[in-house]
Each structure stands twice: as structure tokens, then as C-alpha cells.
Design a protein around this ligand. Structure first.
Ligand code: ADP
Ligand code: MG
Length: 246
């Protein structure tokens, strides 16, 4: 089976300063990968590089063995929540329907069956009762569930989520984790940027510890050990004891 994502020697810079460099990574299909690392480690930048939202200085990125543009429709992306414009008035169901556009094509109007599919995706995140609310009226956890529904509506094969659990309630977090594992069990590939290490070993099959470069990549058991974590969190040693890594 072809790898879901293959990254070779990738570097990204902002204004001449590299944010990530010498990144090598091969991720097989049917895994939930967690990308962890301190603030400013380049986690979001790595996702944006894979999604071609920032340009790379050098290196090669392949999605299912091809350039991204060949597979764009197979990729869903849920950005960090603070990057959305909440003043934009949009109903929950319409926000989910946007997820069907890559399938519909931009010139086709959504039909009844597309709306039904969007509604079904809302049901998967138990947000169907909120279908006709304005998205700005929802709590953080509810918003995140709607954005996951939108990603589900897209019928993608790879899902990227950037810090999906920040500022959300425990119930929403549990539900999202379960849905991500269900996707994995269907053979989909899920990549999650994650800040809080406390549940990293429960949530992810594999972890990529990033601090500008790949510090370690492997199973949670391989990555969540003090000798390894220390290399990325040099200035945050006490943090390791808080999360019980020992
Ligand atoms: P993380 O998601 O791990 O917190 P980021 O990928 O957001 O890290 O940022 C990595 C580094 O790149 C940081 O030093 C950040 O300040 C810088 N950076 C990120 N985005 C930009 C940008 N648009 N312009 C300039 N610098 C940026
Ligand atoms: Mg980030």
C-alpha cells in the first residue's frame, strides 16, 4: 500500500528565518498521528506545508505517492479555531455543506441529497439540533464538532486537525477522539496537532515530536520518555513531571 504522506528534507522559512528544517517523515495509511512539540515548534507550519498553504524552500512532499494537487479532494483540513472569522454569518448546516463542494464542484448547487448527507454528518457529531443556528452562537466544543462534520462531509481520506481540543469541553473532546479513531479503523489517515501531552498516549498510534526539526517519531512509548521529551522541551522540564512522563 502506498504511504499516505511522504516528506523528504522539507524546510519552510518566514522572512528568511527557518521555522522547520530537514523534515523527513513517512506516514502509512490507517494511522492517527499526533504532532507534538512546544509553542512555536513549527507544528502548524508543517501542516500548512503539507497542504501547500505555505511554500517550501526545499524538499519534496507526496500525498499517496503524488503531488498534493493530484489529491487535494482527498484531504480535509480543520485549522486552528482562532483562525476562523466568526463575524461571518453562516448557518451550521451551510458550514457543513461547504465540505461537499470539492465533490460537487463549484458550479453545481447542493441538491437535496447533499443536504441530507450534510445533516447526516451533523448527526455523527450530535449537532443536528443546531443545524439552523448561526455558527457564532455555538460554544467552542460545538463549533469544533461542526467543523469536524464539515470535514466528514468531504469524504476525505486524510484528515488534518490543528489543535482541535483547545478551548473545548471534555464531552466534545471525547466524541472527537472517538470519531477520529473510527475514521482510522475505516483505513483513513488522521493527523492532529496537539499541545497537551497528558492524553497523547491514549489518543495517538504514532507521535511526531517536533522542535523545528524532527526530534523523534515513533510509538507513544518510544516518544513519551524523558530523555526524548527533554530534547524538545528543554525550557519546560517541570512540565514533564506534570504530565507524569517518567
Ligand atoms: P506551532 O504551531 O508549533 O506553535 P508555528 O508553525 O505556528 O508553530 O510557528 C513556527 C514559527 O514560525 C514561530 O516562530 C512563529 O512565530 C513563526 N511563524 C509562524 N507563522 C508565521 C508567519 N505567518 N509569519 C512569520 N512568522 C511566522
Ligand atoms: Mg500552531
Amino acid at each position: 500500500m502506498v504511504s499516505a504522506i511522504k516528506i523528504k528534507d522539507v524546510q519552510v522559512s518566514y522572512h528568511g528565518h527557518s521555522a522547520i528544517e530537514a523534515i523527513d517523515l513517512t506516514l502509512e495509511q490507517g494511522k492517527v498521528l499526533g504532532i507534538i512539540g512546544p509553542n512555536g515548534a513549527g507544528k502548524s507550519t508543517l501542516l500548512k506545508a503539507i497542504l501547500n498553504l505555505v511554500s517550501i524552500d526545499k524538499g519534496v512532499i507526496e500525498i499517496f505517492g503524488e503531488a498534493l494537487k493530484e489529491n487535494r479532494k482527498r484531504i480535509a483540513y480543520v485549522p486552528q479555531r482562532n483562525q476562523y472569522d466568526w463575524d461571518f454569518p453562516i448557518h451550521v448546516l451551510d458550514a457543513v455543506l461547504i465540505g461537499t463542494y470539492p465533490i460537487l464542484g463549484i458550479f453545481k448547487r447542493p441538491k437535496k441529497k447533499d443536504k441530507e448527507w450534510a445533516y447526516e454528518c451533523l448527526k455523527k457529531v450530535r449537532m443536528e439540533e443546531f443545524a439552523h443556528r448561526q455558527i457564532g452562537e455555538l460554544s467552542g466544543g460545538q463549533q469544533q464538532r461542526v467543523f469536524l462534520a464539515r470535514a466528514l462531509a468531504q469524504k476525505a481520506d486524510i484528515f488534518f486537525l490543528d489543535e482541535p481540543f483547545v478551548g473545548i469541553d471534555a464531552t466534545s473532546e471525547e466524541m472527537i477522539v472517538k470519531l477520529l479513531k473510527d475514521l482510522r479503523d475505516q483505513g483513513k489517515t488522521v493527523v492532529v496537532v496537539h499541545h497537551d501531552l497528558s492524553k497523547a498516549n491514549e489518543y495517538f498510534d504514532e507521535l511526531l515530536l517536533l522542535n523545528k526539526q524532527v526530534i523523534e517519531y515513533g510509538s507513544p512509548q518510544q516518544v513519551l520518555i524523558p530523555e526524548v521529551m527533554r530534547k524538545a522541551y528543554e525550557s519546560e522540564l517541570s512540565f514533564l513531571y506534570e504530565v507524569g512522563v517518567n
